[in-house]
Design a binder for this molecule. Sequence first.
Ligand SMILES: NC(=O)c1ccc[n+]([C@@H]2O[C@H](COP(=O)([O-])OP(=O)(O)OC[C@H]3O[C@@H](n4cnc5c(N)ncnc54)[C@H](OP(=O)(O)O)[C@@H]3O)[C@@H](O)[C@H]2O)c1
Length: 291
Amino acid sequence: MTMKHLVTGATGNIGSLVTHRLIERGFRPCIFVRDEARARALFGDAVDIRVGDLGASQRSLAAAFAGMDTLFLLNSGPGLAARDRATALAAKKAGVSHLVKLSTLDILTSVGTGPWHAQGEAAVQESGLDYTFIRSAGFMSNALYWAEAIKTERILRSSTGEGKIAFIYPADIAEIAVHSMTTRDLRREAVVITGPKALSYAEMADVIGAAIGKRIRYVPISDDEASFGSDAYAEAVTDIWRAIGEGRVTTTTDVVQRILGRAPRSFDQWVAENVTEFAAPGKSRGRRAQS
Ligand SMILES: NC(=O)c1ccc[n+]([C@@H]2O[C@H](COP(=O)([O-])OP(=O)(O)OC[C@H]3O[C@@H](n4cnc5c(N)ncnc54)[C@H](OP(=O)(O)O)[C@@H]3O)[C@@H](O)[C@H]2O)c1
């Protein structure tokens, strides 16, 4: 019998890639979304849709998860551990057998959102469900938040100094998630996945500059100048930038190679595929980073 896969976060960055990869692999995933119209616009008739909110009661979540075998879980922000807990308990009640959670590499150093995800992972483990935790490095797509300043000023400003990080190609995360959902290989495992090479922000500015044929100047700024707010999320992101600057987030692993049988894709490739975001005039996504 065909496995039934449920994807949360399907209208966002990684969840949409997970959904597309499942469709490409011949599945008809079910997606759990807040906005049905947006979901239909993204995936047409290739998915089943269940409308709901991950902050809803455990009972309504369990009803929404009925009939599913695996669940891809994506929660963000300071309240994510409570939503992870409720989702895991609801999934267990609904008969889901395996939960794949998008987590963060920052668990290893207790930086930024790491403590929130650590609590989320613990809650999932306590639920008794089989799990896979995908502890991802920062996403290459975070570079989109530099696009406006690169387009208008040819500058990349950051408080990360000369620190390096091995950003990961977003679709590599999705492929690891799909592998986790469609095989038994990674059950009860936490995998740390990164891009192939740690790069400084100045080096990433050079890669973008080479792709658009312009020199991009890297301008170091202070934590205060980099900060975009005083809420918990903004503080967590500033904390990650500080840790990068201190050389605490340089980890690279061979896990993508080991699991997918090929090397993780490079920042050069991601930039080449997204070059218009940095070169063409028009609306960009602003400077606020994600983590
Ligand atoms: N950025 C990084 O470098 C990085 C690195 C490691 C780990 N992470 C982790 O990756 C995750 C973020 O992934 P992403 O960038 O793919 O996220 P994203 O693009 O911001 O998408 C978030 C998704 O979650 C959905 N969502 C938000 N609140 C919801 C709720 N209450 N109920 C149901 N759905 C809800 C959103 O739906 P709507 O369309 O309805 O808003 C959207 O589909 C976070 O857990 C973060 O800690 C990020």
